[in-house]
Design a protein around this ligand. Structure first.
Ligand code: NAP
Length: 294
């Protein structure tokens, strides 16, 4: 298979802000249709503690909900909350007919049993796609909601008309919320997928094989141009704050853009898509609710 062409001026930039904005217009229209049927999509956003990064993510999500007409209901809970209290709240949200999606912002304080919390969310309201059912169902392609970040990456690839079938894809990062579901989604589209992680020996030897390279490790400058095949598509999921306050991804953007055919920037690449897919999942959940005539 021939590689995608590298432009003289360097890689084409995959602009997640533009794609998310286009999606927003459609999402607004979908919400209006639902409202005409008497259903306003509702997203419960649960934030435990005062982690500054989580505060920022949550406020962006709440703002994005407002922009399309989704009603977000925020629960800001002290870091001292007990497991039981949190599980009781989730139980109430599961039963609330005005709540179509439940998002518990991660990470949670150490004393909270994260797995138990995620498993308590009703799978049909699990708009983040982290419930054991949704994670397991990815293997057989029967998930109720795909997890937002890898789902956003799939949208970026589709929007940019990047062929996936038969391509060599290398995913760097094997977490449960990004790397592993990403690999499964790409396999479902008939890519040949390798997953690398912190114990992978000679990472560059693997990344050089990639027609499409997805990086989600949380390590600034992990991927430099010598590790990338000419013409590769490079998707940078990483979000890292440098000591000087700048936000960067895991890829040396300036170096790699000269060699890649497409590259997603940080910020402005995958980040806006994660939020767009959260809204998408919430609207789909409300549509399912409206159709079920409960
Ligand atoms: P995580 O749970 O810490 O997982 C990181 C993964 O990367 C692990 O599998 C780890 O390997 C691997 N890794 C770490 N150092 C590596 C190295 N030097 N070489 C190869 N692999 C390495 O992180 P995550 O939640 O998946 O997030 C990954 C990054 O994406 C973070 O920067 C995070 O902020 C960002 N993120 C962005 C979005 C978005 O919306 N754009 C959403 C979620 C996450 P081991 O498994 O061997 O430890």
């Amino acid at each position: 298979m021939t590689a995608l062409k590298v432009e003289q001026s360097g890689a084409k930039i995959i602009d997640g802000k533009v794609v998310a904005k286009k999606m927003r217009a459609d999402q607004k229209a979908q919400v209006e249709l639902l409202q005409a049927k008497g259903v306003t999509p509702g997203l419960a956003v649960v934030l435990v503690g005062e982690d500054p990064a989580s505060e920022i993510y949550v406020s962006r999500k709440v703002k994005a909900c407002e922009a399309v007409g989704i009603k977000s209901i925020s629960y800001r809970l002290p870091a001292t909350i007990s497991n039981e209290e949190l599980l009781v709240l989730i139980g109430k949200l599961n039963a609330d007919q005005n709540v179509h999606g439940i998002l518990v912002q991660l990470p949670l304080p150490k004393h909270i049993d994260m797995a138990k919390v995620l498993e308590t969310i009703a799978p049909e309201k699990d708009v983040d796609g982290f419930h054991l059912y949704n994670v397991g169902a990815l293997v057989v392609g029967r998930q109720i909601f795909p997890p937002c970040t890898p789902y956003g990456v799939m949208h970026l690839l589709e929007y940019s008309d990047i062929p996936i079938e038969g391509r060599n894809v290398v995913v760097v990062g094997a977490s449960n919320i990004v790397g592993k579901p990403m690999a499964l989604m790409l396999m479902a589209r008939d890519a040949t997928v390798a997953i690398c992680h912190a114990k992978t020996r000679d990472l560059g030897q693997w990344t050089m094989l990639a027609d499409i390279l997805v990086v989600a490790a949380g390590v600034p400058n992990l991927i430099v141009s010598q590790m990338v095949k000419t013409g590769a598509v490079v998707i940078d999921v990483g979000i890292n704050r440098l000591p000087d306050g700048r936000i960067v991804g895991d890829v040396d953007f300036e170096g790699v853009r000269k060699k890649a055919s497409y590259i997603s920037p940080v910020p402005g690449g995958v980040g806006p898509m994660t939020i767009a897919m959260l809204l998408e999942n919430t609207i789909i959940s409300a549509q399912r609710f409206a159709a079920s005539d409960i």
